[in-house]
Write a protein that binds this ligand. Structure first.
Ligand code: GLU
Length: 486
């Protein structure tokens, strides 16, 4: 895209540390990251912790760890100084005070002494008149001298920005085009609270300016706040960054994405075994697409292709089946060596002691990969590769194990025992020979044999299983099955 700002691309992800990284937050972070990397710019992380009542211990560390896991690495931020810090708002209070004072002195803001009780009364009256609640401007015209005296005498106050009486405030949004809002619906927003902390609106504008942010890419829920920010930029006489408000994330029933309909924390998906590649790919497509049929992308490919022009306005549906599809695709893309490491990790966490040769595990990977979405599927869908079947699927026994199956499998077992280092094809040929000798169809051997070696009625190719297990193990399992099933 054409970057019209005088300085280079600098974007930020500015979460409030509420305890975990929401998938919507991951999308915002990712789009900022992709945009920065695509344009050779910088991606900043800024912690917006001005609401002290919502503070959660360990939330920042968790957030950073989760972003790191996802591969969304920031160039500047906490513990990565880029000369624009501190990157935590609670460490920047002096700056907000200074700029709030400047606005008061310029006449763009004022001290408000209204008590919570008075504000509540105003709100009730407005409600009764069916007006939308809004500050009534009671303290707007208190002379500076009087305000000073009252503050010095210890009276509690906040600072409110002045919204112009009439007219409109407009700005350009890269995704939405021109956005215009009547000033009459804007409130004289509190920008500095009585506890000395700024509200989001003042802090975000001051920080985005001082951190030289060129593009503000954030969720649509912040769109109604933007006119207030635009006014603040004007009051300060600062260059305006460009805005891009990302579409809402929706549940499949088109309601706003919520906890009630499923997990929203990135760490939950991580714990369930989703690859970061899959989650990132999936999240990238929640609002963006490359304009053609391609869907499976690595992070590098996303960086190459990403543009804000290809982000839509319409809400994006968070569809778990699609996430699973991406997970499957990315599992297919892993190299054998990557899968080997992952499978070993899975055996460990499943409590299966790994007495297997790498070549054995690679055989399992080859046979099972196309049937697996998650790494745990190797163990859960084909446990028989790691432990001989302890029981046999009752429904399959009923359907496939005939009174003469034992005799037939005994014959087959004899045929197998004459093979030396059999390949897949050797097993197959031996089975065919046995079927011919017994004058029966292959199926009368194949089905009970699969049951005997795996305990199940379905799975990867039977001869693949036999080859992986090897001759001795196959014969042993046939013998055990005959004893146990009869
Ligand atoms: N602190 C806001 C949040 O929690 C940041 C909004 C913005 O990016 O301006 O999402």
């Amino acid at each position: 895209m054409n970057v019209t700002n005088p300085y280079s691309v600098r974007v930020r992800f500015a979460p409030s540390p509420t305890g975990y990284l929401h998938v919507g937050g991951l999308r915002t972070a990712l789009y900022n990251y992709l945009f920065a990397k695509h344009n050779g710019g910088k991606f900043l992380l800024r912690i917006e912790d001005t609401d002290q009542s919502r503070k959660v211990e360990g939330a920042v560390e968790n957030l950073i760890a989760t972003l790191d896991w996802a591969g969304v690495h920031y160039d500047e931020g906490p513990n990565r100084d880029g000369g624009h810090g501190p990157y935590v708002q609670s460490q920047r209070l002096d700056l907000y005070h200074k700029y709030a004072r400047q606005l008061v002195e310029q006449g763009n803001a004022y001290y408000c002494f209204c008590t919570p009780e008075r504000l509540e009364e105003v709100r009730k009256k407005q409600q009764a008149q069916k007006l939308s609640p809004k500050y009534d401007g009671h303290c707007r015209f208190i002379p500076a001298e009087e305000a000073k005296r009252r503050r010095e005498s210890g009276e509690m106050s906040v600072v409110r920005m002045k919204i112009p009486d009439g007219g409109e405030t407009a700005f350009e949004d890269i995704i939405r085009g021109r956005v215009t809002i009547a000033n009459s619906i804007l409130d004289d927003q509190v920008i500095l609270k009585s506890d000395g902390f700024p509200t989001y609106h003042l802090a975000v504008v001051v920080d985005d300016h001082l951190m030289e942010i060129s593009h503000i890419i954030r969720g649509e829920e912040w769109l109604p706040s933007t006119p207030k920010h635009v006014l603040l930029y004007r009051y300060f006489g600062w260059d305006m960054p460009q805005f891009a408000h990302l579409p809402l994330l929706l549940n499949p029933d088109k309601s706003k994405l919520s906890k009630r309909q499923g997990d929203v924390a990135v760490e939950d998906y991580r714990a369930k075994g989703y690859f970061k590649e899959a989650l990132v790919n999936f999240v990238a497509f929640l609002g963006w697409n490359p304009g053609d049929e391609r869907e499976v992308f690595t992070m590098d490919e996303l960086v190459k292709e990403f543009s804000l022009e290809r982000v839509g306005k319409a809400g994006a549906v968070f569809n778990i089946e699609k996430l699973d599809w991406f997970q499957f695709q990315h599992l297919q893309k892993k190299t054998d060596n990557e899968m080997l490491t992952l499978l070993k990790g899975q055996l460990k966490s499943s409590g299966i002691s790994n007495t297997f040769q790498d070549s054995y595990l690679l055989g399992v990977i080859g046979a099972m990969r196309e049937r697996a979405t998650f790494v745990r599927d190797f163990v859960e869908k084909s446990p028989y590769f790691f432990t001989p079947p302890l029981e046999y699927d009752a429904a399959v026994v009923k359907k496939r194990w005939k009174p003469d199956s034992s005799a037939k499998l005994t014959k087959l077992s004899e045929e197998f025992s004459m093979l030396s280092n059999p390949t897949k094809e050797d097993f197959e040929a031996a089975l065919q020979r046995t079927a011919e000798a017994l004058k029966i169809g292959n199926g009368e051997l194949i089905h009970p044999l699969r049951l005997a070696v795996s305990g199940l009625g379905a799975g990867p190719g039977l001869y693949d299983i036999l080859f992986i297990l090897g001759k001795d193990e196959t014969i042993k399992r046939i013998k055990t099955a005959i004893e146990k099933i009869q």
